[in-house]
Design a protein around this ligand. Sequence first.
Ligand code: G5P
Ligand code: MG
Length: 238
Amino acid sequence: TKEFKRAARIILVGAPGVGKGTQAERLMKRYPQLSAVSSGDLLRESVRNRTPLGLEAEAFIKAGNLVPDAMILKLILDKLKSNRWVSTQSSISDPSPTQPSRDPSASFILDGFPRTATQASRLDSLIPVNLVVSLITPVNIILSRIASRWVHAPSGRVYNTDFNAPKVPGKDDVTGEPLTKRADDDEETWKQRLKKFDETSQPLLDHYDRKNVLWTVKGNSSNEITPKLFQELDARFA
Ligand code: G5P
Ligand code: MG
C-alpha cells in the first residue's frame, strides 16, 4: 500500500463496462486513504429501496439512458455531504463559496459522475477534482465481458465468470450472499448505454482538458491498465 502526500480527488470516465468499478476497487486496496462513490451504485440502491427518486430513475436506467442531471446531482450532493467532502450547507443551485464544514484533505474517487458537462460544472463549484482518468478499451472487447458480469448489489462488488470469478459460484466473496445480474446488462441496453456515452463524453472530457486535469490510459484489459494507473497516481500524489 501507498500513502498520499496530498489529497487526490479523482473521477473515472469511460464506456459502460470499461472497468471503472474494477479499477476503483484496486485503487482503494493500494491507497487506503481513498474511498469511492459510484453514481450507478447509488442509483441502483435507490431503485432497490423504492425511494421516490429510485422509482423515477428506474425507467431511465432500464432503457440505457442517462437519468436527468437534476436527479443525479441531488443524489450525489447528499452523498458528498454525508461523507463530509463538501459543506453540509452546499446546495446544487447555490454553491456556497466558503465551505467551513468540509474535509479539505479527503481523497476520493467518483466512478460514473460527472457524466455531462453540466454535471461537471456543478461539481467544480462544490469541490474541484484534480485528476480525470479517461479509461479506453476497444468496444468489441468490452461487449464480450458484459454477459458474464455478476454483482453483489448491496456492496457494488463486481465479478465476472471468466475474469474475476467469485470463490464460490453465485455467491459474494465477503458476505456469501447471492449474486445477481444488473437490469441493464443485456446487449441491446448496453448498446444504448454506449450510444449515450458517445454522445456525452467528448464535451465532458473537453471540459476537463481545458482545466489541465485530464489523463488518458488505454489497454485491452484491466490488468494492462492497473499498473499504468498506479504509476500515474504514485507520481502525482504519493
Ligand atoms: P453505471 O453504473 O455508471 P456504466 O454503464 O458506466 O454504469 P459499468 O457497466 O458499471 O459502467 P464499469 O464500472 O466501467 O461498467 O466496469 P466494471 O463493472 O468494472 O467491469 C465490467 C465487467 O467486466 C465486470 O464483470 C468486470 O469483472 C469485467 N472486467 C473488468 N476488467 C476486465 C478484463 O480485463 N477482462 C475481462 N474479461 N473482464 C473484465 O451507470 C448505470 C446507469 O446509471 C445511470 C445511467 O442510466 C447509466 O446507464 N447513471 C447516470 N445517469 C446520469 N448521470 C450520471 N452521472 C449517472 N451515473 C449513472
Ligand atoms: Mg460500474
